[in-house]
Write a protein that binds this ligand. Structure first.
Ligand code: PEP
Ligand code: MN
Length: 690
């Protein structure tokens, strides 16, 4: 008998199976629609929409009816648990979309091309959302991030960690500087496949194109094929496209099955990662923070830099334990340009609107040098299905109904208590009784040692700033100053050399081992100046430029805030509060003279400001006698007076040839005057050479 004769109706059986599957899919689709209707119906109940008790009853009933159809309990349970999870996800999306009404087309940016894992993750993120999406792939992560920052895209989907190969450093480093909020996460199961030309066989493969992360994740498989040369490729899907285009059957790529479909390739072997459970977590970032419905399990991510004294990290972490918050991730990244210093990235369970999250962030702020809230977003993990974990326990800590999360993200710190008129809290001694110490490249500001900051008013040339740096170093000065962006009263005066000047300043500082400080004038320049300058200066004319203050509050560099010419000390402290509230805890204040009717000096140096400020704030306080006096001969006396009244640092202007200076020549010290001043200001022990 022939095979056909034995199975005469195999074709028709297959057809029936196809029809049954189509019916199953139609029913699953119908069921999903009902989940949304159910979410709408449940809206009136302020309760969580996962009703575990009902789920348990339902499962028992399904198992029962499954038996009538000859299906065992295990099979029915596994199918219906997936169906239930889908229903919960659908309902969650419904609530989340309601909380953040968004209409129209969503423009999504990702790194890679169609078929890459980022693209798959982005599709997964929208699979249950009611939105039309246009996807745009970029070659670099930085470009995807920038497209959202600049408003060319609404969201970016970025891989942040993989369960086998770990964190994606470049994305962590980008998040630190990006002006974005995290609004979601996706966990994607990664199934790496070996792809080849149609008809190719593994035995013929000589070259495998793959992404460096993929090489790590599939190292066991690659070790089993020592005859294959590995060629690194920037993007998994692109490697698939390459072998498709080359048409060489000895080439293979490691990518998704989706990429095989897109580029007409065969899956030569699937599941080739070392671990079967290979997941990548992706973050979804937007320009504005979102409000997370308090019924939805939520995660919050922050970045912080703790002090570099021993135990500082532990202290900060204990704050979370004390607030009863579960940390889900702690990752550290070195700080560029500051060897052996680390930034810590933390994810924890909780919503920015929760009281315990507010309390924890407040506690961290007291202990950290820098803190940045990256955002609160719905967790990709579903609450447990077991009936013992009731869904309501996931939201017991939720509070402040209706509180605006985007507000909270920007200013997570509570406003000053009622009745307190000062208008600042983080800057006050009540908040922190101990003096704040600011450390920059081995120099400590705010301690008992007087720090000297010196340099020209403006960076004029490489030679000029190098000469000044040498002078500062030789005489025991600690920090090099130099203006690159100059705030000049007249638009016709020298405005500074901008970024070219900054390069000269940074190079001079490096050559002589001195940290550098320079003024930023525009919010747009803050991030770029902060890349290389060690300290950012906010000048007197900008003390109440609130956009600029908020901007420097977001970077991790210390900020020198100069007192406005007509500002009160409380106004100065409120300006500092803007920076602190933005997350940057490294602020020091500078008294530089206030507007005067006296003509003998440019301004009047308010020496009493120093003890008053020191009693009101924990922040370091310094004095700039140069801009106060306006005349070089008065500067040394005032500098010594500043030390006497308790200034933590003195900043003076110097110039190799003050007569030819492009700005503030009359108040700049000759090198010989600076040398004489230094011997009085910071006397060196006998016999010690500088
Ligand atoms: C300066 O220090 O370069 C400066 C411009 O000072 P002020 O903002 O105090 O005038
Ligand atoms: Mn000046």
């Amino acid at each position: 008998m022939t095979d056909e004769a034995k199975h005469p109706d195999i074709q028709s059986i297959r057809k029936e199976i196809d029809e049954l599957d189509a019916e199953l899919l139609r029913l699953l689709g119908e069921r999903r629609k009902r989940s949304v209707t159910a979410a709408r119906a449940k809206e009136v109940e302020a309760d969580w929409f996962r009703d575990s008790a009902r789920e348990q009853r339902m499962l028992a009933a399904r198992i029962q009816s499954g038996q009538d159809h000859g299906l065992d309990a295990h099979y029915v349970t596994s199918i219906f648990l997936d169906v239930l999870d889908d229903s919960v996800r659908v309902q969650r999306e419904y609530y989340q979309e309601r909380a953040n009404k968004d209409a129209g087309l969503v423009r999504l940016a990702y790194q890679g091309i169609e078929g890459s894992y980022s693209h798959l993750a982005a599709q997964d993120y929208f699979s249950r959302k009611d939105a039309s999406v246009s996807y745009r792939g970029y070659t670099q992560f930085r470009d995807a991030v920038e497209s959202v920052e600049k408003g060319k895209a609404d969201l970016a989907v970025l891989p942040i960690e993989n369960t086998t190969s770990g964190g994606i450093n470049e994305v962590y480093d980008l998040l630190l500087g990006a002006q974005l909020s995290i609004v979601g996460e996706v966990k994607l199961k990664i199934d790496h496949c070996l792809l080849g030309l149609p008809g190719a066989s593994i035995a013929d493969i000589r070259t495998i194109y793959c992404h460096p992360q993929t090489v790590l994740q599939c190292s066991d498989f690659l070790a089993e094929h020592p005859g294959c040369k590995i060629e690194y490729f920037a993007d998994t899907a692109l490697s698939g496209r390459k072998i498709h285009e080359d048409g060489d059957p000895t080439q293979a790529a490691i990518a998704s099955a989706e990429a095989a479909r897109l580029f007409d390739l065969d899956v030569l072997q699937s599941s080739i990662a070392n671990q079967q459970q290979n997941f990548t977590r992706f973050l979804v970032a937007a320009r504005k923070a979102i409000h997370v419905d308090p019924r939805i399990p939520c995660k919050t991510s922050i970045v912080m830099m703790t002090g570099n004294e021993s135990g500082a990290l532990i202290e900060a972490l204990l704050v979370f334990r004390d607030a009863g918050i579960n940390l889900t991730k702690l990752e550290s990244r070195p700080i560029l340009e500051n060897p052996w210093e680390e930034m810590f990235y933390l994810d924890f369970e909780g919503n920015l609107t929760d009281d315990n999250v507010q309390a924890a962030l407040d506690g961290v702020t007291r202990r950290a040098r820098f803190i940045k809230v990256l955002g609160s977003y719905p967790s990709a993990d579903l609450p447990a299905r077991s009936s013992t974990t009731t869904a309501s326990s996931a939201v017991t800590s939720a509070s402040t109904p209706g509180a605006d999360a985007s507000e909270a993200a920007a200013k997570f710190i509570p406003a000053p208590e009622k009745g307190k008129k000062s208008g600042y809290r983080l800057a006050s001694r009540d908040y922190k009784s101990m003096d704040t110490l600011i450390q920059v490249k081995g120099v400590t500001l705010g301690g008992s040692e007087l720090v000297v900051i010196a340099g020209p008013c403006a960076v004029e040339s490489a030679e000029q700033i190098l000469a000044c740096a040498r002078e500062v170093k030789q005489n025991g000065g600690h920090i090099l100053r130099g203006g690159c962006f100059k705030p000049r009263t007249s638009p016709y005066s020298f405005q500074g050399h901008g970024y070219e000047g900054l390069e000269m300043l940074v190079a001079a500082g490096r050559q002589y081992g001195l940290p550098v400080v320079t003024e930023v004038l525009s919010p747009d320049d803050v991030a770029q100046v902060a890349e290389t300058a060690d300290i950012l200066q906010i000048g007197a004319r900008n003390m109440q430029n609130f956009t600029l203050l908020s901007e420097v509050g977001r970077v991790h560099r210390p900020v020198m805030l100069k007192r406005g010419m007509s500002s009160s000390l409380d106004e100065l402290l409120q300006a500092a509060e803007y920076i602190l509230a933005g997350g940057n805890q490294q602020v020091f204040l500078c008294e530089r003279g206030i507007r005067t009717f006296e003509t003998a000096t440019r301004n009047t140096l308010d020496l009493s400001a120093i003890p008053v400020l020191r009693s009101r704030t924990h922040l370091p306080v310094i004095v700039d006698p140069s801009h106060a006096a306006g005349k070089r001969d008065l500067v040394p006396t005032l500098a010594l007076a500043a030390k006497t009244v308790g200034a933590h640092a003195v900043m003076v202007e110097i110039h190799p040839d003050p007569e030819t200076a492009l700005s503030d020549g009359p108040q700049s010290l000759e090198f010989s005057q600076f040398k004489a001043l230094m011997s009085e200001l910071v006397p060196q022990p006998e016999g010690e050479s500088r």
